[in-house]
Design a binder for this molecule. Structure first.
Ligand code: EPU
Length: 421
């Protein structure tokens, strides 16, 4: 299994380009299931999750090759088998995003239940509840959700759906399903994440009638069919935030290009609170930081609040801050696994319920640590960059799922980081 070796203590300097967003690319790839025409995508990140999604779609008969130079064309001329098997679903929960589109297009779907997850229970009851409101029958048999629409020729019907909680992929699944349903669907308490908006942009280009995406009420007027489209995937706000946090941890001056600053308000504000100088110039973000960061407390929340996907990276900053910070996680009930690993680097963290009290120490010390999920791994890399001596991050297949060329990009900025195979 690959590891990353980081020799900490060197500041970051230079420029890197942010990749396309994983969490926008994955649902948008699933949107290809809604039409027999080609969907041409650009700015698709080259990531394990994107390759897994392409594989899953190919198993259903969709023409989908992994991206080359960020470009990818998907075409579901015919769907031969509307099934998502356990083998792939268990490796990537976003696979559940095929459920809505399959049901809308084929009137039926068989999708494995995802099972456990390192960061929380993550049930899919809201996806199911919404599709049922649209007339679907869904039963669970032998670990699979068996879903069917009203009837083969009548498909789904529009409905008013009030979500019990804000769910990103839940909103995306229902929005996709509603594009081909008969009549109007209202999704209330919808997720406002920029990735939901990006999916809506793509669906609209395909001919869908969607209003209100980006707000908490989305209105979808079903149409008889959707067509092909070309769409550029939005920049990855979490990848961008990760490099910004890394610069604060290591010190230095970095310019990130190809970003979408308007999706990063909460992160940029917190970085400024940590003492960094942040400048936005069009689609570029420049950050400069020196010395220990100021302690910054964060509380995760749905967008536009502080992203749970940035929590581990900010915990790494809190570990070396000049004071005490409180990190509160409100989205996932088990997303502090990195805290124990950070303690192995010498961090002073105590967990109280869904809060972590982090007393900053002058210096972390390199050690071997284990990545437990994607963003936890990013937090450990950041801690490693700030630590004295050598840090080995084990199980980095998590990082490969969501960060394109991480060690190359950090290497460009002067970090001493290498992959051990
Ligand atoms: N939830 C339910 N029932 C549902 C759906 C969600 O109880 O039917 C709960 C979850 O258990 C969680 C909360 O609602 O406590 C919010 O979860 P959400 O559904 O929004 O998460 P997700 O859609 O599964 C996406 C991202 C995650 C990101 C979260 C929160 C994708 C592919 N994944 O997950 O990204 O953390 O939203 O912003 O978009 C990552 O990239 O590392 C990652 C985990």
């Amino acid at each position: 299994m690959d590891k990353l070796r980081i020799r900490g203590g060197r500041s970051l300097e230079g420029e890197v380009r942010v990749s396309g967003a994983k969490n926008a690319a994955l649902p948008i790839m699933c949107a290809a299931l809604l039409t027999e025409k080609p969907l041409r995508l650009s700015n698709v990140p080259s990531l394990m999750d994107v390759r897994t999604m392409a594989k899953l779609l190919r198993q259903m008969g969709v023409a989908a090759e992994p991206p080359a130079d960020g470009r990818m064309t998907l075409q579901a001329a015919r769907i031969s088998d509307p099934t998502a098997g356990y083998d792939l679903v268990k490796t990537m929960r976003a696979s559940v995003l095929v459920l809505g589109p399959l049901l809308a297009r084929c009137g039926q779907a068989k999708v494995s239940l995802p099972g456990g997850c390192a960061i929380g229970l993550r049930p899919v009851d809201q996806h199911v509840k919404g599709l049922q409101a649209m007339g679907a029958t869904i039963t669970v048999e032998h670990g699979y959700m068996h879903a069917s629409a009203l009837s083969a020729d009548r498909g789904l019907r529009g409905a008013r759906i009030v979500m019990d909680m804000v769910t990103v992929t839940g909103t995306e699944n229902l929005m996709m399903a509603a594009t081909l349903a008969e009549g109007t669907t209202l999704i209330e308490n919808a997720a406002r994440e920029p990735e939901v908006l990006d999916l809506a942009h793509c669906l609209r280009t395909m001919g869908a009638r969607i209003e209100g995406a980006g707000s908490d009420v989305i209105r979808i007027e079903g149409v008889a069919s959707l067509g092909g489209a070309s769409h550029e995937v939005m920049p990855d706000r979490i990848e961008c935030g990760t490099y910004l946090a890394a610069t604060v941890a290591a010190g230095g001056r970095v310019r990130l290009t190809g970003t979408a600053p308007q999706t990063l308000d909460a992160t940029l504000e917190k970085l400024a609170e940590a003492g960094a100088q942040v400048r936005v110039a069009g689609t570029a973000i420049e950050i400069e930081s020196a010395g220990r960061p100021k302690p910054v407390s964060v509380r995760t929340a749905p967008f536009p609040g502080f992203a749970t996907d940035m929590q581990a990276q900010f915990m790494a900053l809190a570990c070396i801050a000049d004071g005490t910070a409180v990190i509160t996680e409100t989205i996932f009930e088990n997303r502090f696994m990195h805290a124990l690993e950070m303690q192995r680097l010498g961090a002073d963290i105590s967990i109280q319920g869904n809060s972590a009290v982090v007393r900053g120490v002058e210096r972390l010390q390199g050690a071997t640590v284990m990545a437990t999920d994607l963003r936890a791994s990013a937090g450990l890399v950041i801690a490693g960059l700030a630590a004295e001596g050598e840090t080995l991050v084990d199980r980095i297949y998590h990082l490969d799922r969501g960060y394109e060329a991480l060690e190359t990009k950090l290497g460009t900025l002067g970090a001493r980081i290498e992959r051990l195979r």
